[in-house]
Design a protein around this ligand. Sequence first.
Ligand SMILES: Nc1ncnc2c1ncn2[C@@H]1O[C@H](COP(=O)(O)OP(=O)(O)OP(=O)(O)O)[C@@H](O)[C@H]1O
Length: 273
Amino acid sequence: MNAQSSVQPKLRVRGATKVYSTGSGDLLAIDRCSLDVAPGEIVSIVGPSGCGKTTLLWSMSGLHGLTAGEVLLDGKPVKGPNPEISMVFQEANLLPWRNLDANINFPFEIKGTKPDRVWIDELLQMVGLEGFGARFPRELSGGMRQRAALVRALSFKPSVLLMDEPFGALDSFTREEMNRLVEQIWLDRPTTIVLITHSIEEAIFMSDRVVVMSARPGRVANIYPVPFPRPRSLDIMATKEVFDLTNAIKREIVGDQKSRFSTPSAPVFQAAK
Ligand SMILES: Nc1ncnc2c1ncn2[C@@H]1O[C@H](COP(=O)(O)OP(=O)(O)OP(=O)(O)O)[C@@H](O)[C@H]1O
């Protein structure tokens, strides 16, 4: 799917600017970021540490407000938590005293709504966790806990899934397994996904487009289309085209950081006018 097509964007970020008030003054985290994500598209956001990736993603979720700019879901402003938007974080955040089933049910209990058990069982099967409902988080591996977090996030049937470095704490083998799993689920049930990652390889494997942000204050520096066919096999990932794209993105990020380090840095910024 291509965001440049005439289809209305699922998610539209317009001039997103966020200033945090800190003990040493205002800090401009992101500055006039704009991005359209098409329905059913997977977009990754990469950039130097501290460039504002999480700030941008949380703004998309409605979990925190913007100083200026707006986020639109299907053309309507996102002004707070939205049932259409789910999140997955680096930590699975499962409640240790509840078993897997009870963890997945927990958000429904809070909301006072009834979970769709058929859908949840289907998800558990897709991620290979069927039959593990009675297990407690301590009895699950890191990868299994993240798979459970994925099921919990998808259990609401969101139309947008926001993932904040979801596999960053996993070993590289499990991480690749999770990448393939998310792609499989997405191929089966297309959802609009925005993913933050520190791994350019992961970004390329997962995405239709990779957004590169500049060092803080974060701006959209460049957007790279990823034209490789799906499902993305290890063979595709080993091609020269992927190697060249990886290097181009890496060079852009490293180059940006180098130019920052070679000029005196000012940690506190004024908000963009
Ligand atoms: N609640 C907050 N209050 C003050 N400053 C904040 C707050 N949250 C983030 N920041 C600052 O805003 C900037 C952007 O942070 P953010 O976490 O969005 O970046 P990031 O690109 O996700 O970082 P990383 O890649 O290291 O996870 C950083 O300088 C950070 O210290």
